[in-house]
Design a protein. Structure first.
Length: 443
């Protein structure tokens, strides 16, 4: 009928991108079991034509030196996994599954569901009652919560868009932080008012951040590019590019959509030119659409097109003559896209030891690139302690302060190779540790 025709037309016109995480790995036994077990309905292996110029092949024969510069082992170290309907669908599907599971349990037990999700909201302040030792979380929603809102508007809206998360409850026994930027000072939009003694430990553990930019580009028609994704190991601007239409669940559409990811070196140069903090007022500088679509977006688009159509580019003698008309360009800044590798985090006092490191607006960034595949433990760790140390079965997968029941999880603090797998394992171990602590308290 007419409605079906309209739906089909909408799907054809739709432009879809994974603007953040492009894919993920499952190299460790623990995470592989999760991906092939609990996550199986929500995950697909991405099987496409993958390429890297230095290997001049789509097989796994690239050299170790070029592999170190590949984007999470693409193409030399498969398999690669994606969400069934884009990467954002992965977390949504997992949360929906948990919510349904807990709701069914609460119905049978005649109790309230124990999971509440506050969408479009960021935690703006943590408050701990010294008497009850419970945490209260204050959240900001709406325009004041987002990174692209001007500081003036965010301040105006913050009061009216603030709320107590879990209002009416006595508070929370424990808090697990996952956004490393929540430990920034108050100037940063993502700051959550984390107690300074713990925030300092997080910053010290992170060491330096690896920034990236991504551009989302749509072509009017098929490009004829002979790969679905590639690592550009010798390009100064482009590190990785992926055809969104080649991913399971994202096929179709008359427009060919590509996500282009910058090199850390390019991102550091741009952040130095346009920092995230005003050097005079110390205010947060949001990532405005005007800037993103006039500087990094066109830079990445032009570098990608140049590499595809030039014999000195990624395709060499097989370079294309031209590409179709571009009908859409957008971009995003990831100030804290990845942690730098563990061996680059060793500082002597306040002096950075890595030659690839720079301090920009008081924040350490590092463009050093080393192998991101396979995922493995990269260094030592330790048990959690009351003073707030490392935890995670002895492998340093998260940080914890037992006295305050405050934890930090994520690949930024994990001892595993950076990436989604590292972040998931960090959360897995942190949740297990917290479960044991809470059970011990109630027994």
């Amino acid at each position: 009928d007419d409605d079906d025709d309209d739906d089909e037309e909408d799907r054809e016109e739709m432009m879809r991108f994974d603007h953040g995480c492009q894919f993920f790995r499952a190299d460790t036994p623990q995470f592989s079991e999760i991906v092939t077990g609990e996550w199986k309905p929500y995950v697909r292996e991405w099987k496409g034509c993958f390429y890297c110029k230095s290997s001049n092949t789509t097989s796994s024969s690239s050299s170790s030196s070029s592999s170190e510069r590949e984007f999470f082992g693409m193409p030399s170290t498969p398999p690669f996994y994606v969400g069934v309907d884009g990467m954002q669908s992965l977390t949504k599907n997992i949360l929906d599954h948990v919510d349904k599971h807990l709701s069914s349990k609460s119905e049978s037990a005649s109790s309230s569901p124990s999971l509440r999700v506050f969408t479009g909201t960021r935690v703006s302040n943590l408050e701990r009652d010294p008497s009850s030792q419970k945490w209260k979380l204050h959240g900001t929603s709406g325009t004041a919560a987002y990174h692209d809102t001007s500081e003036k508007v965010a301040r105006q809206k913050q009061q009216q868009q603030q709320q107590l998360l879990g209002e009416g409850e006595s508070g929370y026994d424990a808090v697990i932080l996952t956004d490393v930027s929540s430990s920034f000072g108050k100037w940063h939009r993502a700051s959550a008012g984390v107690p300074e003694h713990f925030a300092k430990r997080v910053r010290e553990r992170v060491g330096a951040r690896v920034p990236l930019f991504s551009a989302m580009v749509a072509f009017e028609g098929g490009t004829g590019i002979p790969f679905d994704a590639a690592s550009f190991d010798d390009d100064p601007v482009v590190w990785f590019a992926a055809r969104s239409n080649s991913k399971p669940g994202m096929e179709g559409g008359k427009r060919e959509c590509w996500t282009i990811v910058s090199t850390p070196e390019y991102a550091m140069a741009k952040i130095e030119e346009t920092p995230m903090q005003d050097p005079k007022t110390n205010e947060f500088i949001p990532q405005s659409d005007d800037y993103l679509t006039s500087v990094p977006g066109p830079d990445l688009r032009n570098a990608f097109e140049r590499s595809i159509t030039n014999v000195d580019g990624i395709l060499g003698e097989n370079a294309l003559v031209s590409l179709p008309e571009i009908v859409h360009v957008d971009a995003q800044r990831w100030g804290s896209a990845l942690p730098c590798h563990r061996h680059l985090r060793r500082d002597d006092g306040d002096s950075p030891t890595a030659a690839t490191r720079r301090i920009i607006s008081g924040v350490a960034y590092d463009g050093g690139r080393f192998s991101l595949a396979p995922t493995k433990e990269e260094g030592g760790g330790g048990r959690a302690d009351d003073d707030g140390g490392c935890g995670g079965g002895g492998n340093g997968s998260f940080l914890v302060d037992d006295g305050m029941m405050l934890l930090q999880a994520g690949d930024m603090v994990s001892n595993h190779t950076p990436g989604l797998e590292s972040a998931a394992l960090s959360g897995y171990y942190a949740a297990g540790y917290l479960h044991e602590k809470l059970c011990a308290c109630t027994s």
